[in-house]
Design a protein around this ligand. Structure first.
Ligand SMILES: C[S@@+](CC[C@H](N)C(=O)[O-])C[C@H]1O[C@@H](n2cnc3c(N)ncnc32)[C@H](O)[C@@H]1O
Length: 289
């Protein structure tokens, strides 16, 4: 069998399941052969071994069942860096990059020469904590998650990105396991924010991701409500809090934030699709509730 025949077979298998069968068949073949699309198509008369053909079939079947491509590959890109991902963690979303852009912008104007203390609550694969540690080499970063499995993936990513010396990993229900003395200048969180009733069933790709990474309770805000209950003792006098949430739940999140921090400056920030996605909360000097 040639690579061209393999691709045709792939397209046929995926055609009844996915919107872009040709493109996806090509992506999976690129991953299999470890080459670019251009090189694959330029040399599609090369022959394929029986082992390669069997592996390709296995990948196709997984993708046809709806499994995210990132789990098949075992990695995903976030803010220009490669992260290991598997079914123990959420697949990184491009919209989450907005939190990094906002955080880095804010840091440029932060009025202290001291290293920043940063928290990423619900770190999953570690994309937020490890990107901040990579971008701000002097920052002291805490990566927290309730899932031991997720923390294993985040630790592996820290090693791969060579930042493990500067990141503290902690299994914790939100901030509960942290000592009272730790106060954050910058706190980021992309906590589960889907209302429980909106979590889709298989074969939707979301259903392959850990339920604990998606389920935000009856209104999608249960985790954020609990987080705000723990927050005031853990923020520096001038702090920035960035929280990602589903656009329809943001008004509710603003109300919770306002209740706990009546004097904070609250702004809603848009994601790359133009949807309001992030609550930005700035605590100013003397404004802590
Ligand atoms: C939506 S995922 C986000 C993962 C990663 N930060 C990202 O943006 O891709 C939410 C993460 O929060 C964690 N989580 C859920 N409930 C938690 C809790 N009570 N305390 C700490 N982490 C929690 C989940 O295990 C999951 O890894």
């Amino acid at each position: 069998m040639t690579r061209a025949e393999l691709l045709r077979q792939g397209e046929e298998v995926l055609a009844t399941h996915l919107d872009q069968p040709r493109r996806e068949a090509l992506w999976i073949a690129q991953f299999l052969f470890g080459c670019s699309a251009a090189s694959l198509l330029a040399h599609d008369d090369l022959s394929v071994s029986p082992e390669q053909a069997a592996l390709y079939q296995a990948y196709l079947q997984r993708r046809a069942r709806g499994e995210p491509y990132a789990y098949i590959r075992g990695d995903a890109w976030f803010y220009g860096r490669r992260f290991i991902v598997d079914p123990r963690v959420l697949v990184p979303r491009p919209e989450t990059e907005v939190l990094i852009a906002l955080a880095l912008d804010w840091c440029q104007h932060y009025p202290t020469a001291d290293p920043l203390t940063v928290a990423d609550i619900g770190t999953g694969s570690g994309i937020l904590a490890l990107t901040i540690a990579s971008e701000l080499p002097s920052a002291r970063v805490f990566a927290l998650d309730c899932s031991v499995d997720a923390l294993s993936v985040a630790r592996a990513n820290a090693v791969a990105l060579e930042v493990s010396q500067r990141v503290s990993f902690c299994q914790s229900n939100l901030l509960a396991s942290l000592g009272d003395e730790i106060r954050f200048d910058l706190l980021l969180a992309n906590l589960p924010y889907l209302p429980s009733a909106d979590i889709p069933q298989l074969p939707d790709a979301l259903a392959f991701e850990p339920r604990a990474a998606l389920d935000g309770g009856s209104d999608g805000l249960e985790l954020y409500r609990a987080l705000f209950g723990q927050l005031s003792g853990h923020l520096a006098r001038e702090a920035l809090v960035l929280l990602e949430a589903a656009p329809p739940t943001l008004p509710g999140l603003v109300a919770i934030a306002r209740q706990h921090f009546p004097h904070a400056t609250l702004t809603l920030e848009r994601d790359l699709s133009g949807l309001e996605r992030v609550l930005k909360m700035e605590i100013g000097e003397g404004r802590l509730a």
